[in-house]
Design a binder for this molecule. Structure first.
Ligand code: ARG
Length: 286
């Protein structure tokens, strides 16, 4: 009797164990599509607030840079934060080197980019831009004692630029693609350092960044030269081509901060005064 019970017990236990193992294996066999497949939209609860990942090349003061605490700060950052607030979306900034910044958008690693990015026809082919949020132009930086007076003087001189920027574009156009005199750097900061070190005769880069550097590095003994040949540029926020959903939110947010004065407040904080706007100035007091 006891032996039968034991055998029965063992058999039952064995069968049970076997079926447990089978169940377990069975669960693992299909590579978990059931576990990871998103719940059908109809039955899904209200989606948790989605955090949009913002890529920015934070070596570009005053637009984007890292403070002593390692936080990403700047005009662009404040603009996007204000836009996000109006649009009711959450954003998170990730320092993203300029070199790979457009790729990161295409790969889906970043949802949007803010990086003093000039809206150009070529870039528009591979990404979508918000409405413009800032006017810019190229500016030449040289040493104070330099005899360079305009852009054409740079034709045969050594010029430092940030690789793949609009500054790179204009200098490449002037000197030719094969020119050995264009020194391309990963960041505009490095290009300016090269000028300071005497390795090049000039830097061509966005006016806002050049002016900021000259003002904050008096010891570098730079002066700036503007040139009428430089086209007007406008910065935009970039999203992946076809991401109209996010683009509409951003454009709405941008419009909102422009009308309610938030944009002007941020502008004044970084550049002083108000942007050259079509809005007529209030009548001057006599
Ligand atoms: N505006 C220029 C361009 O779009 C330079 C932008 C570089 N921005 C930066 N954060 N490094 O080409």
């Amino acid at each position: 009797m006891p032996s039968i019970t034991t055998r029965y017990f063992l058999q039952t236990a064995g069968t049970l164990l076997a079926s447990l193992v089978l169940v377990a294996c069975g669960k693992q066999e299909p590579p978990a599509p059931a576990a990871t497949a998103p719940a059908p939209a109809a039955s899904a609860p209200a989606p948790a607030a989605r955090v949009y990942v913002v890529g920015t090349d934070a070596a570009y003061a005053p637009f984007e840079s890292q403070n002593e605490k390692g936080e990403i700060v700047g005009f662009d950052i404040d603009v996007v934060k204000a836009v996000a607030q109006k649009a009711g979306i959450e954003v998170k900034f990730i320092n993203t080197p300029w070199e790979g910044i457009f790729n990161s958008l295409n790969q889906g690693d970043r949802d949007l980019l803010v990086s003093a990015i000039t809206i150009t026809p070529e870039r528009k082919q591979t990404m979508d831009f918000s409405s413009p949020y800032f006017d810019a132009q190229q500016l030449i930086a040289v040493k104070k004692d330099s005899k360079i007076a305009d852009f054409s003087h740079l034709k045969k001189l050594k010029v430092a630029v940030q690789n793949g920027t609009t500054g790179d574009e204009v200098v490449t156009k002037l000197q030719g693609k094969a020119s050995p005199n264009i020194k391309r750097f990963e960041s505009t900061l490095l290009a300016l350092k090269e000028l300071e070190a005497g390795g090049v005769d000039a830097v061509v880069a966005d006016n806002g960044v050049v002016v900021h550097y000259v003002n904050n590095n008096v010891g570098a003994k730079f002066k700036t030269i503007s040139d009428a040949s430089f086209a007007a540029e406008q910065y935009g926020l970039a999203v992946k081509k076809g991401n109209t959903e996010l683009l509409e939110k951003l454009n709405k947010g941008l419009a909102d901060i422009k009308t309610d004065g938030t944009y002007n407040k941020i502008y004044a904080q970084y550049f002083g005064g108000a942007p050259a706007a079509p809005a007529p100035a209030p009548a001057a007091s006599k």
